[in-house]
Design a binder for this molecule. Structure first.
Ligand code: ADP
Ligand code: MG
Length: 315
């Protein structure tokens, strides 16, 4: 694993108050780190120090081993995309012009910019013929959000900082936006740091979850470890409420948990489902037992409701 971002004792003081207090952590290339914590705990400030929108008071941030305080501004703009709550689109610029913002700053030629805008619109399921010339106010909230993320990705940054990017979206569109983001991250290997209030979002997206409280980093671990070995009572309180078992089940794939194939079952599930979604499907379908299929829809095992609940108890 290659370290993409390294924070060493990073501190931000306003007057005598440390709103980010001696935070050390590293983010590996091609992973998603999700930052959670109560309002005012320093999440946005921490993120904005990475792209130098907020100057650091003490400590150091390294991007690919290079100190961000001495990196040239164009290099930071090119290397780090930034998508914020709401969407932050320029209202008097078209969708295409919004997405082209950073490539224009970087002096790309027009043909290259046009190609990139079209590519990104397609990637986010926005037909270029329909959407390129529209203004943000002519789009739905979900569409605006996608344009905001597309704009952040325009110059093919290695790092994408996202501050509550899906906060304004309703749950269904939010789920779609999360899946879009995972697909894009897989395709480009982008290193993502994302702030959210939504614990389900954190567990769905995070390779690592970082928990902040009052400027301090309490824990930064894999989601399973956050639930099973919380480093602090606050971590447990924030992340593991009554649905702790279901959260753990959502981290386990059906693939590793199935029982031998039994003939005569009328209902099938994909092995790519996680245990929580499998349970939800079976409750919805009223099935006590189901066939598990591989990616080519070949039956490879079975799963019973009773077994799923056992796994949830052990999780
Ligand atoms: P979060 O994103 O976790 O909600 P922030 O990073 O926005 O928290 O803010 C952390 C703390 O720093 C808050 O108490 C906030 O009021 C304070 N703060 C943020 N920006 C400034 C500023 N420019 N001047 C003074 N205090 C600030
Ligand atoms: Mg914030």
């Amino acid at each position: 694993m290659t370290t993409m971002i390294e924070l060493k004792g990073v501190t931000k003081r306003y007057g005598s108050v440390a709103v980010v207090d001696n935070v050390s952590m590293s983010m590996e290339k091609g992973t998603i780190t999700v930052i959670v914590g109560t309002s005012g705990s320093g999440k946005s400030t921490l993120m904005r120090m990475i792209n130098r929108l907020v100057p650091i008071s003490a400590g150091q941030i390294l991007l690919r081993g290079q100190d961000v305080t001495t990196a040239p501004a164009t290099e930071l703009r090119r290397g780090i995309g930034y998508a914020i709550q709401g969407h932050g689109l320029f209202p008097h610029r078209t969708v295409a012009q919004n997405i082209a913002t950073v490539p224009q700053l970087l002096g790309w030629d027009k043909a290259r910019i046009d190609r990139r805008v079209e590519e990104l619109l397609n990637l986010f399921h926005l037909d270029p013929g329909t959407f390129a010339a529209k203004y943000p106010s002519q789009l739905s909230g979900g569409q605006q959000q996608r344009v905001g993320v597309a704009r952040a990705l325009a110059a093919e940054p290695e790092v994408l900082l996202m501050d509550e990017p899906f906060g304004a979206l309703d749950p269904v569109i939010r789920g779609k936006a999360q899946d879009d983001l995972l697909a894009i991250q897989k395709q480009f290997g982008t290193t993502i740091v994302l702030v959210t209030h939504d614990m389900d979002e954190a567990f769905h997206l995070g390779d690592k979850i970082a928990v902040m409280s009052e400027g301090k980093l309490l824990q930064c671990s894999e989601p399973g470890k956050i639930l099973t070995e919380p480093a602090d009572p606050f971590v447990q309180q924030l992340t593991g409420t009554s649905d702790r078992a279901l959260k753990l089940m959502s981290l386990l794939p059906l693939k590793g948990s199935m029982q031998p194939l039994r003939p005569g079952l009328g209902y099938s599930l994909s092995q790519t489902l996680n245990l929580r979604d499998a349970l939800a499907e079976m409750i919805w379908q009223g099935a006590d037992e189901a066939i598990v299929e591989d990616d080519s829809k070949v039956p490879v095992g079975s799963i019973s409701m009773r077994h799923l609940i056992e796994l949830g108890r052990k999780a």
